[in-house]
Design a protein around this ligand. Structure first.
Ligand code: DGY
Length: 327
C-alpha cells in the first residue's frame, strides 16, 4: 500500500511527480490555501503532509493527523507550524534552507534600490503622462554607494545580502543574538547593538526568523531610533514589524521609506494605508520567486517528505530534536 499524502497546493512539477509516483497523492487544486476544515479533514488519514507557509499547521491540525509521520514545508521559514506539537508527537518537519538564499538576497537589493531610487514612483509618473522634461529636482532619492547598511539577522540570507553590499562599498553593521566573528572577518561586517544599528544605518534590512523574540522587534521605539532619512526593508516575516507603528512612521516622517516583501496581515488588503503611501513599496512575498529557486524548493520538499515516509532522517529538518527525543 502506498502512503497517503496531502499536498496543500500545486507546486512545481519536479516536486510533485516523485510524490505522485511513490504515494497516493491528494492535491488541493484551489488557488488559495485549503480552509482549516479541509485541512483537518484531509490530514485525518494521511501519512504525510506537504504544505506551504500559508497553511496554519497548529496543534489542532497536528493532533488531527493521527497517522502523520512527516510534515514537509516548501519554505525555509516554519513559523506557521507548531514545531513543539510536532516534536511532541515524534513528527519530523522538513523545510528548504539554503536554496532560496541567493534569490532572496538579490531581491532584498531590488527592494532596497526600488525604495532608495523611487523606481515605482517613476514608473507611475511615466504611466500617468507626467514626464514632460528632465527635472533637476524631480524624484530625488537616496545614495546607496557608500551608505551604511544595518542587517538584522546575519544568517544565510543576511550574509548573502552583506556580500552584495560590499559591491556598493557600503559600511555594513549587523545585529544578531549570535555574534559571528567568522563573518566579521570574511565580510568586513561590524557587530552593533540593535539600538546603535538602528541609529546609524541608512538602510535597515530584516533577515531574522519570526519567533517570540522577534515579534514586533521593529516597533514604535525602534522606528523612532532610525534616521529620518532611513529606509526599512523587510524580506523576513511581516510580524517582525509593528504595522500600525510603521504606518505612522512613514506618514509622519520618522523614516523616509519602506520596502516590504512581507506584511502583517498577509496578504495586505488593497485599501490598507501601506499600499497607498508613496514612500512604501509593497510586493506579494516574492523574494524567492524565480523559476529555478521554486523548483529547487519543491524538489527539496519532496525529498524531505519521501525520506520521512521511508522512516529515514529528513535531509533538511526544522526540528532535529525530534530524533534525540526519540532515541
Ligand atoms: C521562505 O521560504 O520562508 C520564504 O519566505 C519563501 O519566500
Amino acid at each position: 500500500m502506498k502512503p497517503v499524502v496531502f499536498v496543500t497546493r500545486r507546486i512545481p512539477e519536479v516536486g510533485l511527480s516523485p510524490v505522485r509516483e511513490a504515494c497516493q497523492m491528494r492535491l488541493w487544486e484551489g488557488e488559495l490555501p485549503p480552509p482549516k476544515d479541509v485541512l483537518l479533514r484531509e490530514v485525518a488519514d494521511c501519512d504525510g503532509l506537504l504544505c506551504l507557509l500559508t497553511d496554519p499547521i497548529d496543534a489542532e491540525v497536528i493532533a488531527a493527523g493521527a497517522r502523520l509521520r512527516v510534515i514537509s514545508q516548501m519554505a525555509v521559514g516554519v513559523d506557521n507550524i507548531d514545531l513543539k506539537a510536532a516534536t511532541a508527537r515524534g513528527i519530523p518537519v522538513g523545510h528548504t534552507p539554503g536554496v532560496l538564499t541567493e534569490a532572496t538576497a538579490d531581491f532584498t537589493f531590488a527592494l532596497l534600490m526600488a525604495a532608495a531610487r523611487r523606481v515605482p514612483e517613476g514608473v507611475d509618473y511615466v504611466r500617468a503622462g507626467k514626464w514632460r522634461t528632465w527635472e533637476p529636482m524631480g524624484l530625488l532619492g537616496m545614495d546607496i554607494w557608500q551608505a551604511t547598511l544595518g542587517i538584522i539577522g546575519l544568517g544565510r540570507i543576511g550574509a548573502a545580502v552583506a556580500r552584495r553590499a560590499r559591491g556598493f562599498a557600503m559600511r555594513i553593521l549587523y545585529y544578531d543574538p549570535a555574534r559571528r566573528p567568522d563573518l566579521e572577518a570574511e565580510l568586513g561586517v561590524e557587530y552593533a547593538e540593535l539600538d546603535d544599528l538602528l541609529a546609524q544605518s541608512d538602510f535597515v534590512t530584516l533577515h531574522c526568523p519570526l519567533n517570540a523574540e522577534t515579534y514586533h522587534l521593529i516597533d514604535e521605539r525602534a522606528l523612532r531610533r532610525m534616521k529620518p532619512t532611513a529606509i526599512l526593508i523587510n524580506a523576513a516575516r511581516g510580524p517582525v514589524v509593528d504595522t500600525a507603528a510603521l504606518v505612522r512612521a512613514l506618514s509622519e516622517g520618522w523614516i523616509r521609506a519602506a520596502a516590504l516583501d512581507v506584511t502583517d496581515p498577509e496578504p495586505i488588503p488593497p485599501d490598507h494605508p501601506l499600499v497607498s503611501l508613496p514612500n512604501c513599496v509593497v510586493v506579494p512575498h516574492i523574494a524567492s520567486a524565480t523559476v529555478a529557486t521554486r523548483e529547487r524548493m519543491a524538489t527539496m520538499a519532496a525529498e524531505n517528505l519521501l525520506a520521512g515516509l521511508r522512516g529515514e532522517r529528513l535531509p533538511y529538518c526544522a526540528n532535529p530534536d525530534v530524533y534525540t527525543a526519540r532515541a
